[in-house]
Design a protein around this ligand. Structure first.
Ligand code: ZN
Length: 170
């Protein structure tokens, strides 16, 4: 297992649409393990393939006190309700904003072994899945905000990223 490097916004492939898996082999399980380890190392609750430089439709997540899970080729087939809550992202660390999300979703996906999943998720879990799913579509949470707020937060990120890079070089 290995901790992978996190890609910062807007570096490639974060703004690209990720491609689906047509076959789930041992490499997918290995990537899922690495992504789970990376997510835990950075105290995240979710992580998507593009965030570790893999432009494939895979994400991992873990609710507080829950078991880590992997979703491959996920599809959100139902969405209901709306709530606003604070979100952050490992690809834009230290930035937070109130993001509107559906409160109940139905998801179809495969797991890292290629088994079919079909389940409902609510509230926090639904939020994590929608956030990570957005990464597979080349979107980040500021893209879910109104134009003015998005501009302001991305401006803030530019300055913050410079600082983070400078610190990392010391
Ligand atoms: Zn994110």
């Amino acid at each position: 297992m290995a901790i992978r490097e996190i890609v910062f916004y807007p570096d490639d492939p974060l703004t690209r649409k990720a491609t689906p898996y047509d076959r789930i082999g041992p490499k997918v399980a290995e990537l899922a393990r690495d992504m789970i380890e990376t997510m835990f190392a950075y105290d995240g609750v979710g992580l998507a393939g593009p965030q570790v430089g893999v432009s494939k439709r895979i994400l991992v997540l873990c609710e507080p006190d829950g078991e880590p899970r992997c979703l491959v080729n996920p599809e959100i087939i139902e969405m209901e309700g709306s709530a606003v809550s604070e979100e952050g992202c490992l690809s834009l660390p230290q930035l937070y904003a109130n993001v509107p999300r559906a409160t109940r979703i139905r998801v179809r996906a495969l797991n890292e072994k290629g088994e079919s999943l079909d389940f409902e998720a609510r509230d926090f879990l639904a939020r994590i899945i929608q956030h990570e799913y957005d990464h597979l579509e080349g979107l980040v949470f500021p893209d879910r905000l109104d134009v003015m707020t998005r501009e302001a937060i991305l401006h803030e990120w530019k300055a913050l990223r410079k600082q983070l890079t400078a610190t990392a070089k010391v």
